[in-house]
Design a protein around this ligand. Structure first.
Ligand code: DAH
Length: 350
């Protein structure tokens, strides 16, 4: 019996050394360890042995069985690895110098206009701030004088996360953090707070040519002693004249936003008809562009700034809207559609 066992062992080793692919190895496994395999047969052949012999021989067969199982698994691993390497080596080599057969992308028109606005505001001494898209209810509403259950929240239904945070519905959500970041410089060193913060905003909207669930705004704030509405008008006018490359007329109409007092809608004279009146401006000669106002005392307080001593203005420029006006985009959904054909028209601007 022992001779038989040694013969099986030697034979298996020989076969394992010679095997070259996984399919053949599987056949070997069946031939030795399968129901009718030679190692299984050895165990079956023990029935004629004495109890002592059974014990001794049974142990040896079991050791062989264990070794065979391990060796076959190891070999399988080795063969699979070789097969992967073979496949990799047979792949054609990449020539990185071959030009890709793809259309080239371009800067998104929102990026172009955002950069242009950033450049203009930087030149007027504003910091450009980046702010998270996920914010707290406090940042988005409470700190902006919009308590829970305030009707102003209805216009800004957005997407809520399970942890109670939300996707910001307007860039104003960064105001509180900006005041807290710069208030010490304002109070201790007399440095005015001048910051803009462009960003992606989200609202739970039914989409159509004028409404999207994802759009861009650019918020701006300036806080110092004696800031007035004239400062607001000056900065807005300078910025818009640069963007539109002509002197734009602006006008303010009253508008309600809980975080400013007084609040305004800022209109610009229609770029298409020059203020004469045309279908684009509904024959009024004016286009609504940018809500703004004097920062509400409660909002300054929430940011750690004393409203008795400091005042400021804030504006929420609709970047997406500005892009649509500047480039004559008629359907807002084209801007998020990702179609190279639609977007590549703007490549030449930069
Ligand atoms: N956050 C407002 C909105 O998205 C827009 C806005 C209005 C921003 C007035 C301002 C402001 O900074 O002063 O509807």
């Amino acid at each position: 019996m022992n001779e038989k066992l040694n013969a099986v062992k030697a034979e298996l080793e020989k076969e394992l050394a010679a095997v070259e692919n996984a399919a053949d190895l599987e056949n070997i496994r069946v031939a030795y360890l399968g129901k009718k395999g030679s190692i299984t047969e050895l165990l079956k052949g023990m029935k004629d042995l004495s109890v002592e012999e059974k014990k001794d021989f049974g142990q040896k067969v079991n050791i062989l069985k264990g070794e065979a199982t391990d060796k076959i698994a190891e070999k399988m691993q080795e063969l699979k690895q070789k097969e992967i390497e073979k496949e990799i080596n047979s792949m054609p080599e990449f020539d990185l110098s071959v030009p890709a057969n793809l259309e080239r992308g371009s800067y998104h028109p929102v990026t172009l206009v955002q950069r242009e606005c950033e450049r203009i505001f930087k030149s007027m001494g504003f910091n450009v701030e980046d702010y998270s898209e996920v914010v707290t209810d406090y940042e988005c509403f409470e700190a902006l004088n919009i308590p829970k259950h305030h009707p102003a929240r209805d216009m800004q239904d957005t997407y809520y996360l399970e942890n109670g945070q939300l996707l910001k519905s307007h860039t104003s959500a960064a105001q509180n953090a900006i005041y807290k970041k710069y208030k010490d410089d304002l109070i201790n060193e007399g440095k005015p707070i001048k910051a803009i913060f462009p960003g992606r905003c989200f609202r739970n909207e039914a989409t159509d040519a004028c409404h999207e669930n994802t759009f861009f705004q650019m918020e701006g704030v300036m806080v110092d002693k004696d800031i007035s509405i004239s400062n607001l008008i000056f900065f807005m006018k300078s910025m818009l004249s640069e963007v539109f490359k002509r002197d734009v007329k602006v006008r303010l109409r009253p508008g309600f936003f809980p975080f400013v007092e007084p609040g305004f809608e800022l209109d610009i004279s229609c770029a298409i008809c020059g203020g004469e009146g045309c279908p684009s401006c509904k024959h009024s000669g004016w286009l609504e562009l940018c809500p703004c106002g004097m920062i509400h005392p409660e909002v300054l307080k929430a940011g750690g700034i004393d409203p008795e001593e400091y005042t400021g203005f804030a504006f929420g420029l609709g970047l997406t809207r500005l892009v649509m006006m500047k480039y004559g985009v008629k359907d807002i959904r084209d801007l998020n559609g990702g179609s190279l054909k639609a977007l590549s028209q703007f490549t030449d601007d930069e």
